[in-house]
Write a new protein. Structure first.
Length: 78
């Protein structure tokens, strides 16, 4: 398995979950030997959800200039 960040070698690692006492305390994960990137199923789901949210909320590349803002800039320049 290779790292998605740097293409380095991934090794199996175990993470201790200190917050969630309702589930397993130890989580199996993969850690990159080069950059330290961690891949684990819950982290992957959260990262995918965050990417989907950021794509939906991304501002459009076109910006409309409001007439009041142009007058405000002209006042500042004067």
């Amino acid at each position: 398995m290779s790292c998605s960040r740097c293409k380095g070698c991934m090794v199996e690692d175990f993470l201790l979950d200190m917050e969630d006492s309702s589930g397993p305390m130890w989580l199996q994960a993969w850690r990159c030997m080069n950059c330290g990137n961690v891949t684990e199923s819950v982290l992957q789901r959260n990262r995918q959800a965050q990417e989907a949210t950021s794509k939906c909320n991304a501002p459009s590349s076109k910006r409309e200039i409001q007439p009041s803002s142009i007058e405000g800039i002209a006042d500042l320049a004067a």
